[in-house]
Design a protein around this ligand. Structure first.
Ligand code: ZN
Length: 204
């Protein structure tokens, strides 16, 4: 699901997509997302989702492909309420949309936190034991990270520094997801956890 942000933070420092830093703005409005047709347009979201599905299908994993494809495409729709009017429909210069929740720093932070807790609550019904304990730790760590990012951490001086910090965050989270599942490797039939191995959460 985070794949298109990984792509954006590759394309932005390369100058293919355009991000300008606006230190005078509050919260996430500091990110001037000026041009991002390849990572964050609706057309791209659907295209990348379809591509992920087709690749997995060709590899003989159609169910995984469906989960991956939906996860990738969902990014745009989850971004929609948060972003200001910077999400392109197709071309980076055409119509751009966003419902602008980021304009309220506290409101968007609270909403994202609620989203995280809601996601965990749904997941918690499927998992137990060690997997659950690990997931709780990661949820706390994510909430702490988000608090620091939104309210404490200074804005990096350059787009490249911001990109590196963001990529570290994305891959750190992927590593944490991998770590959460490790008890399943030794005991894949532990109570109620089998479905976890098949959810798109694994493959962010
Ligand atoms: Zn995004």
């Amino acid at each position: 699901m985070q794949a298109v942000d990984v792509l954006f933070f590759v394309l932005a420092p390369l100058g293919v997509e355009r991000l300008v830093l606006r230190p005078e703005e509050p919260g996430l409005l500091k990110l001037g997302l000026e041009y991002m047709p390849f990572s964050h347009s609706l057309a791209a979201a659907l295209g990348w989702g379809l591509a992920a599905f087709l690749v997995a299908r060709l590899a003989g994993r159609p169910k995984l492909g469906l989960a991956l494809g939906l996860a990738v495409a969902s990014h745009w729709f989850v971004d929609l309420p948060m972003h200001t009017e910077d999400l392109p429909i197709a071309s980076g210069d055409g119509l751009r949309v966003g419902l602008g929740m980021w304009k309220s720093q506290v409101g968007s932070f609270a909403f994202e936190l609620a989203f995280l807790v809601a996601g965990f609550t749904i997941l918690a019904r499927e998992i137990g034991g060690d997997v659950r304990r690990r997931a709780v730790l990661v949820v706390w760590a994510m909430a702490a990270m988000q608090t620091i990012t939104v309210f404490v951490a200074p804005l990096p001086a350059t787009v490249l520094e911001l990109a590196i910090a963001s990529q570290a965050g994305f891959f750190g989270f992927a590593a944490a997801a991998w770590w959460i599942e490790q008890p399943l490797q030794s005991n894949p039939h532990a109570a109620g956890v089998q479905r976890l191995a098949k959810t798109p959460r694994n493959n962010k």
